[in-house]
Design a protein around this ligand. Structure first.
Ligand SMILES: [Zn+2]
Length: 159
């Protein structure tokens, strides 16, 4: 798979659609899709309120939807698109799911994943880690649905 040839904005728009649906449902406006060979094999959105769960993150939900397909058929070339930078739990789930590329929108100012990404075990699994895709659109969703959380996100990576 040629990672650089992927239409990142196209798939991020799909993740943003999930994020908007989450926002409309009163959840955190975060969405994610898992992509293999140009096809979406998993979709997820934040469902904290619906599931009474602190760990029902969009990325985890998308990975759970994709996991059977991944387990049965796929060994590489899988991309997770998420509208915000993954948390440590979701980054760990990405590694354990054999997903090897991460594309996200907004940067999380509280997450400094460099040390985790530098771990040899993680580095072997995550080949690309690309942020800032359709970042304005992701921020707009927070302004619309979760104004109080806007300060936790950034349009660019922390210095
Ligand atoms: Zn997470």
């Amino acid at each position: 798979m040629d990672f650089n040839a992927l239409d990142h904005p196209y798939f991020m728009r799909e993740a943003l659609h999930e994020a908007e649906q989450a926002g409309l449902a009163g959840e955190m406006p975060i969405g994610a899709v898992v992509v293999h060979a140009g096809t979406i094999i998993g979709r997820g959105r934040a469902r904290h309120t619906q599931r009474h769960s602190e760990i029902a993150h969009a990325e985890l939900n998308a990975l759970l939807e994709a996991e059977k397909h991944i387990h049965d058929h796929i060994h590489d070339g899988i991309v997770l698109y998420t509208t915000v930078e993954p948390c440590v739990m979701c980054l760990g789930a990405v590694v354990m799911s054999d997903v090897d590329h991460i594309v996200f929108g907004l940067y999380d100012v509280n997450i400094h994943p460099q040390q985790m990404l530098a771990m040899p075990y993680v580095r072997r699994h995550i080949r690309d880690y690309l942020g800032g895709i359709l970042v304005e659109e992701s921020l707009e969703l927070f302004k619309r649905f979760r104004q109080q959380d806007v300060p936790f996100f950034s349009l660019s990576s922390a210095p």
